[in-house]
Ligand binder design. Structure first.
Ligand SMILES: [Zn+2]
Length: 321
C-alpha cells in the first residue's frame, strides 16, 4: 500500500466524495445562492451531452441540485479546478505529487506520471500553485516580541536582459520574511531594492514589537528603528551569527532561500517573470507545512486541497494564464 493507493486517487466518484468531505465539512455550500447546509439533492446517473468521443455522454459525478435556488452544481464550482478538463482523481494525484516533492516537480514529469499532455500538466500545476497561495496574515510576524528574519535574494535572468556580471538589475528580486516562532515564511517579489518597495512589505507584515534580524544592508537601517530591536550581522566581514548574542542572525531565511534556489535551478529553469509569484507561493507553502513543522505529506496535501476554493484561475491568451 502506498499513499497514492487511496481510492480517491483512482476512482472518480470517490474523488468527488473526498473533495466534498474536505470543502463541505460544515455542510454543503451552494455556490449560486450561498446557502450552507440547506436542502440539497443528489442528481445520480445524469450524463453529459453526447459527443463524437462519447456517443452516450459521460456520467456527471458529484452533481447536486440546490433546493433553495433550484440550480445545479458540483463541489468543483468556484474552485481552481472548476474549468479544468481532466478527471478530478488525477488532479488530486497532482496535488499530492507537488506537495510531497521537496524541490517541486516539472510539468514534463507531471505529464508523464499522469499521462496527460504537457500543456494540460503545465496549466494544472499553475492551478495547484494558486491553491497553495496564502492569504493576508491574520497576525503580523513577531507579535509578542519574537524574532523575524528579513533578507533579499536575486536569481534568474529577466526577459530581454543580458547576463551582466555585476549588479542585480538583470535578475529577479525576492524578499523573504521568516517568523522564527512559528517557523513560517512569506515571500514577495520586488523590482528594485529600494525603500519605497521594501519598507511597505516589512511594515505591513511585521509587528512593531518584533526583534528584526537583517544583514548590514543600508536599506534596513532606517526601518530597523521602527521595531523593538534590530539585530544585524556583518556579512561583508563573514560574520553570520553575532558573537555576543547568538540569536542575532539570518540563517533561517537563508536556509529557506537555498531550497527555493535549488528547486528553481533544478526543476523550473524556464520561469517567466509573470509566473514567479506562483512558484514562490509553491515553495512558501511547502516550507510552511514542512515535516519539521509537524506536517506529513498527507496533511500537506489536505491543506493544499483546502486552498482550492475561493480562487479561480482563468485562461488569459496574452500570457498563457
Ligand atoms: Zn442555491
Amino acid at each position: 500500500m502506498s499513499v497514492l493507493s487511496s481510492p480517491h486517487f483512482h476512482d472518480e466518484a470517490k474523488a468527488f466524495e473526498f473533495l466534498e468531505s474536505v470543502l463541505w465539512s460544515n455542510g454543503v455550500i451552494c455556490p449560486h445562492c450561498g446557502v450552507i447546509g440547506g436542502r440539497v439533492y443528489d442528481l445520480a446517473g445524469v450524463r453529459s451531452k453526447a459527443s463524437a468521443k462519447n456517443p452516450e455522454g459521460v456520467v456527471r459525478h458529484g452533481l447536486k441540485k440546490c433546493g433553495e435556488c433550484r440550480k445545479q452544481f458540483t463541489v468543483k464550482v468556484g474552485t481552481v479546478f472548476e474549468h479544468a478538463r481532466m478527471p478530478l482523481h488525477k488532479m488530486l494525484q497532482a496535488v499530492h505529487l507537488m506537495v510531497s516533492s521537496k524541490k517541486g516537480i516539472s510539468a514534463h514529469q507531471l505529464s508523464r506520471i499522469l499521462e496527460v499532455q504537457y500543456k494540460t500538466a503545465w496549466f494544472l500545476a499553475h492551478r495547484i500553485r494558486e491553491a497553495m497561495r496564502s492569504g493576508d496574515l491574520d497576525t503580523p510576524y513577531g507579535s509578542g516580541g519574537g524574532a523575524v528574519e528579513v533578507d533579499e535574494t536575486y536569481f534568474g535572468i529577466r526577459k530581454g536582459m543580458k547576463n551582466a556580471r555585476a549588479g542585480h538589475a538583470h535578475k529577479f528580486g525576492v524578499l523573504a520574511l521568516v517568523d522564527r516562532e512559528t517557523g513560517t515564511m512569506r515571500s514577495f517579489t520586488f523590482d528594485k531594492f529600494r525603500a519605497d518597495e521594501v519598507h511597505p512589505i516589512v511594515m505591513s507584515n511585521i509587528s512593531r514589537e518584533a526583534r528584526l534580524m537583517t544583514d548590514e544592508a543600508k536599506m534596513y537601517k532606517k526601518i530597523g528603528r521602527e521595531f523593538a530591536e534590530h539585530g544585524t550581522t556583518l556579512h561583508g566581514a563573514h560574520i553570520y551569527v553575532d558573537r555576543k548574542d547568538r540569536t542575532i542572525h539570518t540563517n533561517t531565511v537563508e536556509g529557506a532561500f537555498s531550497i527555493f534556489k535549488r528547486g528553481m535551478k533544478g526543476v523550473y529553469q524556464h520561469c517567466g517573470e509573470q509566473h514567479l509569484h506562483r512558484y514562490l507561493a509553491e515553495f512558501e507553502f511547502r516550507y510552511n507545512f514542512r515535516t519539521a513543522n509537524g506536517c506529513d505529506d498527507r496533511q500537506r496535501s489536505l491543506e493544499a486541497v483546502k486552498g482550492i476554493s475561493g480562487k479561480r484561475l482563468t485562461y488569459n491568451p496574452t500570457n498563457g494564464l
